[in-house]
Write a protein that binds this ligand. Structure first.
Ligand code: GLN
Length: 495
C-alpha cells in the first residue's frame, strides 16, 4: 500500500488541485492496490484501462482549471449499477455477460463530476443478503480479522464488495445501494461511513431493481466529509425516475463543521432488543454522551411499532422483488437454457440462473401477492409500513435525529448464519425501519468490539435533511476518533 491510497477522498482531491501528484499517479496506486488485494474478491470486474484513460483526461481538466467535484477520484461501482459497455450483473448467474448499452443516472453524474471507475464491486445476488455470501462470484472477504483469530469474516451485505474495497484502500469511495440496510450494515462491519439518502434523493434509473419502493443509492467512504462530497455528485432530480424528487441538491460538505449544539437526539426505547451484546449497548450510550458533550440533548423517545418492521420488510421487499425479477426470462438478458418449449425454457433458465436466496424471495413474494393471501400479507404489510412511518413522523416533531446502533453484532465468519435465514435477516433489525419510512440514515465507525472489529453508530434523519444527518455524523466521527485499520494494512502487507 502506498501513501496515495491512504488519503481520504477530500485529501486526494485537494492534492490533485495542488498538482502534488497527477490523477494518473493516483489511479495507478489504486490499481496496484486492487491487484495486490485480489484474494478479497471485492472487485468482480477490473476496469483499469478505462480508469487510466479517464485519469489522463482528468489531468488535462485539472491543468486547464476545469476540474469537477470528484475530478480524478477512483471509485468502486456496485455491480448492479448499469455501466455502458461494462459488465453489470448484480452478481447473478442469470445476467451472465450482460453489458448495458446505457449508463445509470447516478454513475453518469459521477463521471460528469470527473470521477473514475476502477472496477465493479462484488455484492449479494440482486442485493439480497447481509453477508455477500449469496453472490454468484463467491464471497467478498472483509479486510478485517478478529484479533488473534485468522478466520475470514464477511464484509456484510449486500454492498459487501464496495465496503471491502474502500476499507482495503482499493478506491477512495464506492457506490452502494440500500434497500433494508445494504449500505449501512457493511459500512459498520468494515469500519466505514455509509449513507443511505432519503428515498427519492438519488435516481434509481439504470440501477438493477430489487424492491423499487425501498431501493436507494448512496456512498460508502472512509469519512463523513467524503460521503458529503460523493452524495452531492450522485443526488438530484431525474425525469427518468418518477420517484426521484425535484428539490435542489445542497452543498452537503458546506453543512459540515457546524456541530450539534441545541439539537435534540431521540434514543428509541424499542431498539433495546433481546440478546443485544453489552458492548453494542455500551457504544450506543457512549454515542449519546458524545453528542451531549458537543451540546446536543439526548431524549428518550418511543417508536412503538419497531418490532413489526422486520416482518413487514420481509413481505414488502420479496413481493416487489418477485415482480421485478419476472423480467429475467432467458429471452432478453444474459443466461438462456434450452427447453422443450417456451415455458420449459423459462423454467430451466430461471431455475439455473437464480441462486437459493433469490429463489426463496421469489417464492415468498409470489405467495404474499397471490390472490388468496394478498390481503392477509401484502396489504397488511403496507398498512403496517405506514404506521411505522407515522411513528417516525411523530418522533420528529420533538427531535432532530434518532440515534441507534447500526447492527446487532460485529462482522461474523464466512459461512456463519447461512443455514438460518431468520438469523441472517436479524442483521437488519436496526436499519430496516428507516428504509420502510424512506428516511435518510448514516452509519459512522464508532469503536472496536472486544475482539478488535469495527462497530457502527446509526443516525436517522428527517426526509431530505441529509445535512443534519451529516453534521451530527461528523460530531460522532470526531468524538470516536476511529483510526484503526485492518492489521495487514498497518503492517504494509497483503490480505
Ligand atoms: N439484508 C437485507 C436483505 O437481504 C437488505 C438488503 C439490501 O438493503 N439490499 O434484504
Amino acid at each position: 500500500m502506498s501513501a496515495l491510497t491512504d488519503l481520504t477522498l477530500a485529501e486526494a482531491r485537494a492534492g490533485l488541485d495542488k498538482r502534488e501528484y497527477s490523477a494518473v499517479e493516483l489511479t495507478r496506486a489504486h490499481i496496484a492496490a486492487v491487484e495486490a488485494a485480489r484474494p478479497l474478491n471485492a472487485v468482480v470486474a477490473e476496469t483499469f484501462d478505462r480508469a487510466l484513460a479517464g485519469a489522463a483526461a482528468s489531468d488535462q481538466r485539472l491543468g486547464a482549471g476545469e476540474a469537477g467535484l470528484l475530478e480524478g477520484v477512483p471509485l468502486g461501482i456496485k455491480d448492479l449499477f448499469c455501466t455502458e459497455g461494462v459488465r453489470s450483473q448484480a452478481c447473478s448467474h442469470i445476467l451472465d455477460g450482460f453489458k448495458p448499452t446505457y449508463e445509470s443516472t447516478v454513475t453518469r453524474k459521477l463521471w460528469a463530476a470527473g470521477a473514475l471507475m476502477i472496477g465493479k464491486t462484488n455484492m449479494d445476488e440482486f442485493a439480497m443478503g447481509s453477508s455477500n455470501m449469496t453472490s454468484h462470484e463467491g464471497p467478498a472477504i472483509n479486510p478485517w480479522r478478529r484479533s488473534g483469530d485468522n478466520r475470514q469474516l464477511v464484509p456484510g451485505g449486500s454492498s459487501g464488495g464496495s465496503a471491502a474495497a474502500v476499507a482495503a484502500r482499493l478506491c477512495l469511495g464506492a457506490t452502494g445501494t440500500d434497500t433494508g440496510g445494504s449500505i449501512r450494515q457493511p459500512a459498520a462491519f468494515c469500519g466505514l461511513v455509509g449513507l443511505k439518502p432519503t428515498y427519492g434523493r438519488c435516481s434509481r434509473w439504470g440501477i438493477i431493481a430489487f424492491a423499487s419502493s425501498l431501493d436507494q443509492a448512496g456512498p460508502l467512504t472512509r469519512t463523513v466529509r467524503d460521503a458529503a462530497l460523493m452524495l452531492r455528485a450522485m443526488a438530484g432530480h431525474d425525469a427518468k425516475d418518477s420517484t426521484s424528487v425535484d428539490t435542489p441538491v445542497p452543498d452537503y460538505a458546506a453543512a459540515l463543521g457546524q456541530g450539534v449544539k441545541g439539537m435534540r437526539i431521540g434514543i428509541p426505547a424499542e431498539y433495546r432488543v433481546d440478546g443485544m451484546p453489552d458492548e453494542i449497548e455500551a457504544l450506543w450510550r457512549k454515542g449519546a454522551d458524545w453528542l451531549k458533550a458537543a451540546g446536543a440533548e439526548p431524549v428518550e423517545i418511543t417508536l412503538p411499532h419497531t418490532k413489526y418492521a422486520l416482518p413487514t420488510y420481509y413481505i414488502v421487499a420479496p413481493a416487489e422483488a418477485s415482480s421485478n425479477l419476472a423480467r429475467y426470462d432467458g429471452v432478453r438478458y444474459g443466461l438462456r437454457l434450452k427447453g422443450e418449449d417456451l415455458r420449459d425454457m423459462y423454467a430451466k433458465t430461471r431455475a439455473a440462473g437464480f441462486g437459493q436466496e433469490v429463489r426463496r424471495r421469489v417464492l415468498i413474494g409470489t405467495y404474499v401477492l397471490s390472490a388468496g393471501y394478498y390481503d392477509a400479507y401484502y396489504l397488511q404489510a403496507q398498512k403496517v409500513r405506514s404506521v411505522i412511518a407515522r411513528d417516525f413522523k411523530q418522533a420528529f416533531e420533538s427531535v432532530d435525529l434518532v440515534l441507534t446502533p447500526t447492527a446487532p453484532s460485529a462482522a461474523f465468519a464466512i459461512g456463519e448464519k447461512m443455514d438460518d435465514p431468520i438469523a441472517m435477516y436479524l442483521n437488519d433489525v436496526f436499519t430496516v425501519p428507516a428504509s420502510l419510512a424512506g428516511l435518510p440514515a448514516i452509519s459512522v465507525p464508532a469503536g472496536l468490539s472486544a475482539d478488535g472489529l469495527p462497530l457502527g453508530l446509526h443516525l436517522i434523519g428527517k426526509p431530505f435533511d441529509e445535512e443534519t444527518v451529516l453534521r451530527a455524523a461528523e460530531t460522532l466521527e470526531e468524538a470516536a476518533a476511529f483510526r484503526a485499520k485492518p492489521a495487514w494494512l498497518e503492517d504494509g502487507g497483503a490480505p
